[in-house]
Design a binder for this molecule. Structure first.
Ligand SMILES: [Zn+2]
Length: 300
């Protein structure tokens, strides 16, 4: 099958097929170089990026087929990295703002990888019942025994849990990757109890880094289907009947080595810089900056 046959047209999930768009960046990728994994060194590749004239949403169209994308995720390599410790701390901090310490009830993380966060949530909240959903088979195999049986190895879909089962549903660095955001939010709403809370963290396309670096920012990525900002997040959540509690820019901690790895520098410059950081014992030094992410809380 040719690449042509595999491409499919995507419409704005907020405005629908009638909405017009303008092209922001032409496609930049090779068919043999489709890296679909949440965390990796940026490849600076993307499908054609457009901006909806109706709502301002920035998204990829055309793209490879949904089936192929799901297959690539199922087969994706699990990558563990030191930066995971920073993510763990930052995400737990946001969870603690909305989940009272003595809460009992059911907690779901969609796209939980090897369950590194779920494990910590379970330790801090012994009365919570934690569950995860993760399509990456290798990541789930890498989970600790105690948490693996809480994880369903699949994407979020019907029949995984009872309706209105969860008090909290979280997804971290996941929503950018979702191929059908309307369907995804329908499922989240289906599984959430009335007055249950959604907590999401992902890139804000109008944050500092993508604004300054343009398509060289890691936000523009072949695996990011839709590039949300505060306004489009509010619109899609309200379309599905959620009440937006808050949408804020979020500061994150980054190891200096990670910063160098993610920046759009030539490899010939990156390697000596990373070596220098190692020699100065600064590679694992953390800096804190509000440069790319937003944190969203919404209620059913
Ligand atoms: Zn739109």
């Amino acid at each position: 099958m040719t690449e042509e046959n595999l491409m499919e047209t995507v419409f704005c999930p907020i405005c629908g097929p009638e909405a017009k768009f303008t092209v922001r960046y032409p496609a930049k990728f090779r068919e043999d170089d489709l890296a679909f994994v949440a965390r990796k060194t940026p490849t600076h590749t993307h499908f054609r990026v457009v901006r909806c004239k109706g709502c301002g949403l920035i998204y990829s169209t055309p793209r490879i087929s949904q089936e192929k994308i799901l297959r690539l995720y199922a087969q994706s390599q699990f990558i563990s990295e030191p930066q995971l410790q920073n993510m763990l701390r930052d995400y737990l901090g946001e969870i603690e703002k909305i989940v009272p310490r003595t809460t009992s009830g059911n907690f779901l993380e969609v796209g939980c990888s090897n369950g590194f966060l779920l494990k910590e949530v379970q330790a801090r909240y012994p009365s919570l019942n934690v569950f995860g959903v993760e399509p990456g088979e290798q990541a789930v195999r890498a989970a600790d025994d105690a948490i693996r049986n809480r994880i369903r190895t699949t994407e979020l879909k019907e029949g995984l849990f009872p309706e209105s089962f969860f008090d909290f549903i979280c997804f971290f660095q996941v929503f950018d990757h979702i191929t059908e955001p309307n369907r995804f939010l329908q499922m989240v709403r289906h599984y959430l109890k009335p007055a249950g809370l959604v907590l999401a963290i992902h890139h804000n396309i109008h944050s500092f880094l993508p604004t300054v670096l343009g398509s060289r920012a890691s936000t523009y990525d072949i695996s990011h289907m839709f590039l949300w900002d505060k306004s489009t997040m509010r619109k899609i959540l309200e379309k599905h009947g959620f009440r937006v509690v808050s949408i804020k820019d979020m500061a994150n901690s980054y190891q200096l080595d990670h910063v160098i790895r993610m920046l759009p520098l030539p490899a010939t410059l990156k390697a000596p810089l990373r070596n220098l950081l190692q020699r100065l014992h600064l590679a694992e030094h953390n800096i804190r900056a509000c440069v790319e992410n937003m944190v969203i809380v919404a209620a059913k």
